[in-house]
Every structure is written in structure tokens, then in C-alpha cells.
Write a protein that binds this ligand. Structure first.
Ligand code: SF4
Length: 345
């Protein structure tokens, strides 16, 4: 019997012992990718359900913020962005659509790339997206003189918001491995709930499920770390320090989850000359005032909270697919709808 067979056997025995349906939410797009790639849902006992949470940074980016960055591009501001945000649809179109119409939109692979391009062009705005995984690099870029429009988010408040929503029933979290490498595990101990920080190999995810079932059986919710080869209790102190120096928390706006207290990151006043929100304050106000909201039947909001499966959206695979995304969850390769669509094929 291989190690994987043994873990699956343990999971089956524990699932049988529990008896009732168990819903475990994975909080990182890379976990969703692993689960889909190995068709894991079909190997689990019938009472264990894996649901996807708000772990894809592009997917949870607020629509108004996406519209503002497109509005800046349309107004002639040079923009640098990670490739997976290029096709995010919005009320003013996507960055790719406006790029095709002549706006100066540049895909970059990392912050050093954005910095080089900025120096070459004599300035641009880098769209900072993501959780604590990408924020330290953005903070470093700002310290080097890069101008940033911050859509960065803090992850833990979103987890707490999910738990407060009575419409969402979750029995345990598979905590995000990348984010946890930065923030550590101690921070999750602030709320009592079954949680396991997991790596991204198939055996990592299976072990995390097994460890969550242990907590559910013993009725002793806690935080366990399966990803010990990378994640430490206190996280990455250097990364946390540079984030703290450059950013301060503010309320964040999440697609699907709405406004969540202290879940967003704003550039501190001492770096305001690198803050696009400060530099283009008047233009941003004008853009926001002129946005006309297009009607949409996209159900990303429910997908991101594990309330429906992507396939329950009537647009899935019909008019919404990776080459023609109608919503954020189909755009990035970490988006639940995108992953489900590719896994199907
Ligand atoms: S399938 Fe498309 S339209 Fe439906 S929820 Fe997913 S992204 Fe939105």
C-alpha cells in the first residue's frame, strides 16, 4: 500500500466514524488547482465535500478598483500589471481591451520588471494585487520609487467574515500555504476553528484533510501546520517588517464578500508620492463618478464563498470560458471557474 493509499484509507475510516456531511474549504487557488488536477473530489468518501473559498486574489478584487485602473489607462496613464489580471472584465472593459485600443498597458512578471519599465518610461502605475504573498515585493518596489495603486488585501479578516456568515456552512479550513509562509501560523490562533496549513502536493492536501478530520472527531478545534517545511509559527519576519513599514490596514472591499473591516492595505502617508490614489486623487474621483454599472448574471460572489459550484452558474462553459470570461473567477488560472473548466477538459 502506498503512502497516498494509506492516507485515503485513514480519511475513509474517519469519515465513516463522523457519519454526517463534512464541508472543508480550501483557501488558496493553488490548492484548488491540485484538487482539480488529481480529481481528488472523486476519491474522497461521499460525505466529505471540498469547497473553494476566496483564495484567488484576482477573483476577489473589487470591481470598482478594477474599473479605476482601467479608467486610469484610458486617461493616458501607463499601467503595469501581472498577466492574470489583464482580462478581468469590468464596467469600462478589461485592461486587455483598452490595450488593444491603444492604452499603454504592460504585462510584468514581477516588481523588479515593473520597476525597470517604470525607469525606462519615466513613470507608470503598477497595480498591486494579492494577499500577503505578493505584498512584500510591492512594498519593496515602493521603497525603490515605484508608483502603486494598491488593491492588496489581508487574508485573516476574510476568514473571520466567512465564519460569521450563517449562510455558509464550513467544518474546517485548509489554510493557504503561500500566505502562511509570510504571516505564520500563530495569527490563526486568534479564532477557534479547525484549521490546517497545507502545502500544495497531493499528499499535503490529503494529509490536511486527515488532520482536519482528527480535529472534528476530537471536537478540539485548533491550528495545525502540515507545511512545516516552509511555514513557521511567526512567519517571515523580514517580509512582515517591510509590509508594516510601507502599508497600513484599512477596510477592504472584496468581490462577493463586500466590505471587510481591516482587510485592505493602504500605502502609508510617508510614501504618498508613490501612491497612485494620492497622485491621481481627482482623476480617480471623476472615474468613479462616471462608472455605469453593467448588469451581470455572473455568480462569482457565491462561488467565492463556497455557496455554489462553478457549474451551477448558468453561464459556465456556455458563454463564460477562459477565452471569454464573464466574471473574475474565470479569468485567472487560480479562479475556481477557470480551474473547473480546465479540469473538465
Ligand atoms: S462561470 Fe463565469 S459567469 Fe459564472 S460565476 Fe464563473 S466567472 Fe462568473
Amino acid at each position: 500500500m502506498t503512502n497516498l493509499d494509506q492516507i485515503l484509507k485513514n480519511i475513509s475510516e474517519k469519515a465513516e466514524k463522523i457519519g454526517r456531511p463534512i464541508r472543508l474549504m480550501e483557501l488558496c487557488g493553488t490548492h484548488s488547482e491540485t484538487i482539480a488536477r488529481y480529481d481528488l473530489k472523486n476519491f474522497l468518501p461521499s460525505n466529505i465535500f471540498l469547497v473553494t473559498g476566496p483564495g484567488c486574489p484576482i477573483c476577489v478584487t473589487d470591481q470598482t478598483e478594477a474599473d479605476v485602473i482601467v479608467g486610469l489607462a484610458l486617461a493616458g496613464v501607463s499601467i503595469a500589471v501581472y498577466g492574470d489580471a489583464l482580462n478581468l472584465p469590468g464596467n469600462l472593459g478589461s485592461l486587455e481591451e483598452v490595450r488593444q485600443k491603444g492604452a499603454d498597458v504592460n504585462v510584468v512578471y514581477d516588481v523588479t520588471d515593473a520597476l525597470r519599465l517604470s525607469q525606462k518610461k519615466g513613470g507608470l502605475v503598477f497595480w498591486g494585487i494579492g494577499f500577503e504573498t505578493t505584498t512584500p515585493a510591492t512594498a519593496w518596489g515602493i521603497k525603490q520609487g515605484l508608483t502603486v495603486f494598491s488593491s492588496h488585501k489581508v487574508f485573516v479578516p476574510a476568514m473571520k467574515a466567512l465564519l460569521k456568515n450563517k449562510k455558509i456552512r464550513i467544518d474546517g479550513f485548509i489554510n493557504p500555504g503561500h500566505v502562511s509562509a509570510i504571516i505564520g501560523t500563530e495569527i490563526y490562533e486568534k479564532f477557534l476553528f479547525p484549521q490546517v496549513v497545507a502545502g500544495f502536493e497531493i499528499d499535503d492536501v490529503l494529509l490536511a484533510i486527515d488532520m482536519l478530520l482528527n480535529q472534528i472527531i476530537s471536537q478540539k478545534p485548533c491550528v495545525k501546520n502540515e507545511y512545516t517545511r516552509l511555514v513557521k509559527k511567526k512567519g517571515n519576519k523580514r517580509a512582515l517588517k517591510i509590509m508594516e513599514d510601507v502599508f497600513e490596514v484599512r477596510n477592504g472591499f472584496w468581490r462577493g464578500l463586500g466590505e471587510i473591516k481591516n482587510s485592505g492595505l493602504k500605502i502609508r502617508k510617508k510614501y504618498q508620492l508613490q501612491d497612485a490614489e494620492f497622485i491621481y486623487k481627482d482623476l480617480i474621483l471623476k472615474i468613479k463618478k462616471n462608472i455605469t454599472i453593467k448588469p451581470s448574471t455572473c455568480r462569482c460572489g457565491e462561488v467565492l464563498q463556497g455557496m455554489i459550484e462553478p457549474k451551477e452558474c448558468p453561464l459556465f462553459g456556455k458563454i463564460c470560458f477562459p477565452d471569454n470570461p464573464q466574471g473574475a473567477c474565470m479569468v485567472s488560472r487560480e479562479g475556481s471557474c477557470n480551474i473547473e473548466y480546465r479540469a473538465d477538459r
